[in-house]
Design a binder for this molecule. Sequence first.
Ligand code: GLU
Length: 395
Amino acid sequence: MPKPLSDRIKTLPSSQTLAMAAKARELKEQGKDIISLSLGEPDFNTPDYIKEAAVEAINENYNSYTPVNGYKDLRKAISKKFKRDNNLTYSIDQIVVSTGAKQSIANTAMVLLNPGDEVILPAPYWVSYSAIVTLCEAKYVEIPTTIESDFKITPQQLEAAITPKTKMIFFNSPNNPSGTVYSEEEFRALAKVLEKHPNIYILSDEIYELINYGKPSFSFAAIDSMYDRTITINGVAKAFAMTGWRVGYIGAPEWIAKACTKMQGQITSGTNCIAQRATITALNAPPSKIKFMVDEFKIRRDLILKLLSKIKGLKTNVPQGAFYVLPDVSYFFGKTIKGKTIQNASDISMLLLEEVNVATVTGEAFGAPTCIRISYSASQDDIIKAVKRITEVLT
Ligand code: GLU
């Protein structure tokens, strides 16, 4: 039977994070003792005060379509949050609530990119950035980085990557998958380069903002000269343990926010009503309410780095935020382990899954072809068990 799918979907790669998570889930269902360190998802429950707000919303009969750009009182709460946590002034007309930060990013790319435009992606980058850019028929241009420089790009590298076709650059700090956090000074140095190129727009993905072990995260739009061309992306999934609730949002110049609302109005409409009500409660509370999770992630980061450091040949940076570590595994390329010749990071990731039931994600999907991504949003027991298994197979 013919299956005349569009070229668009035929050439679209599957999300490697979701594919690995699905595979781990399937193997678990078959009874295998899988430890899943593949998905970037807090293992905490959504805090009670947020769940109670959702229950209340159901009982108060919040069940109708919501405004496409989000409830006004939610956008007010987001506007307050931007001011309180990021020193950013966004009116409620500059804010659009979407079904997850992933949709916020997709909306932004769809309303700004034309076929043939170039988008700069400092590598490593989150898997869906490249796919979304490709869906917009634009071209992504990677800036490579190394573990030695903590996976950071330099202003010189940024300048060299810019061409007359450059329309956007995506920043993500704290970074998925490297955990890298740019300082204010580093961002200001990059902004100096962008000041010379007024036609470039900046997507600043700040979804891991609160999962940060050092100085508070810096928002790119807080640089005055960048405010008018930066789209700030955030959401509640990671810091509030609300991944499945699917609430993301943008703060942006009003004309971009309007365009995103128009786009969303034709694709999904307003975000789920109950999730929006719960998000108001999540954002109105001070970030100190969720600090216990961040403190625990830091303990886990230190634990996993200590355990991984004992594996000969594995190199890591010290992630300052998010809940991932991205070890360089190139030392093992060309070696034969358990009868399998390792050629690349995917081979290592598959080896760990098949031989010792530990799910990770290959760095290839993130523009980091010599690395694998390990998510430490798992219990300390699981982290200890998993690294023990990894050590067994790699040493
Ligand atoms: N952002 C998370 C991750 O990187 C969730 C999965 C996804 O949407 O990619 O694991």
